[in-house]
Design a protein around this ligand. Structure first.
Ligand code: PMV
Length: 322
């Protein structure tokens, strides 16, 4: 009744921002991402009749927000219900990167929890079922279940909204040079942010313009052409953050170091380096380049004022048992 799973964080090339069903976490639009090799969560779940309540241990965290423990416990309830048991669990979890700073910590966290928890209970679930369950825990977690480059279909029902692999991790030597400019937890969670999207005047036009960017991202992936993929993902990141900044309350995730990094990327590109940026719900910036350029990009990123850490990620497989 005990299992350990590893699940990668993922970087969204096309972002999930806004839900059409809050409780089920059904997104308003499809999204596309890449799993990250060096940013992952490792989680062990053990069920036992000796435990009187669910216990959650987060390695490195001084104290855990009771809301967060409740969210984990609720997710375990979904698994318990499927198995028809009421056993309580002990969850021990560890990240290789700062939690809640926009590196999709809840994505890797809920994907790892779903896989470890279901196996510990002896449930035998398909990748699609695991992706659906992970989605209900935390939307983007569904994209951390399949391998490599992943698409999450919108879907009108829970059964229709899951992620699947577009291409395996070995498909393209793309790198995500993750530039950490703030490792502190963000003040407003993405869960809260999603709820306020409709307040942005730009949200409707975002949805209207998405299908074109989705096609460009798919074409870039298909042709393994960064010259097509890169501009589309940058445009997409700027578009999502424009919506965030014009919501009520407004969300300003970028810091001056984020902005300096954006300017630097544009400058490096003018100098001939093929690198593009994208940013999720936080100040940290992801520099997308081909593997041959990753070291140079990382070295350059380290010189930017305010940069705390730089991590080179390759495409990674999805959540799996260890
Ligand atoms: O899954 P959530 O609720 O943490 O939302 C993720 C939102 C973004 O990171 C901004 C975009 C995405 O698709 O990952």
């Amino acid at each position: 009744m005990k299992a350990t799973a590893v699940a990668p964080a993922n970087i969204a090339f096309i972002k999930y921002w806004g839900k059409k069903d809050e409780a089920l976490r059904l997104p308003l639009n499809a999204s596309i991402s890449m799993n990250l090799s060096e940013a992952y969560t490792k989680t062990t779940v053990e069920f036992s009749k000796e435990f009187t309540s669910d216990q959650v241990e987060f390695f490195d965290a001084k104290s855990l927000d009771p809301q967060e423990i409740l969210r984990v416990s609720k997710h375990l309830d979904r698994l318990r219900e499927m198995k028809g048991v009421s056993l309580r669990a002990k969850v021990a979890t560890k990240n290789t990167f700062p939690k809640s700073s926009g590196i999709a910590s809840s994505a890797s966290g809920f994907a790892a929890l779903t896989v470890a928890g279901s196996v510990a209970l002896g449930l035998s679930l398909s990748e699609k079922e695991l992706s659906i369950l992970a989605r209900i825990g935390s939307g983007s977690a569904c994209r951390s279940v399949p391998d490599g480059f992943v698409e999450w279909k919108t879907g009108d029902t829970s059964e229709e909204s899951y992620a699947y692999s577009l291409y395996p991790s070995s498909y393209w030597d793309l790198c995500d040079v993750l530039v950490i400019v703030a490792s502190s937890e963000k003040k407003i969670s993405s869960t809260k942010g999603h709820e306020a999207v409709q307040a942005s005047l730009f949200f409707h036009s975002r949805l209207m313009s998405l299908s074109e960017r989705i096609e460009r991202v798919k074409e870039g992936l298909k042709k393994r052409d960064l010259g097509i993929l890169g501009p589309a993902i940058e445009k997409e990141a700027i578009n999502m953050h424009a919506v965030m900044m014009t919501q009520t309350p407004a969300l300003f995730y970028w810091t001056s170091a984020t902005m300096d990094s954006i300017h630097a990327v544009i400058r490096w590109r003018e100098e001939g380096l093929q690198v593009y940026f994208t940013i999720d719900a936080g100040p940290n910036i992801h520099l997308i380049c081909e593997a041959k350029d990753a070291k140079v990009v990382a070295q350059k990123a380290e010189t930017i004022h305010g940069v705390e850490q730089v991590i080179i990620n390759k495409p990674a497989r999805g959540a799996h048992l260890v």
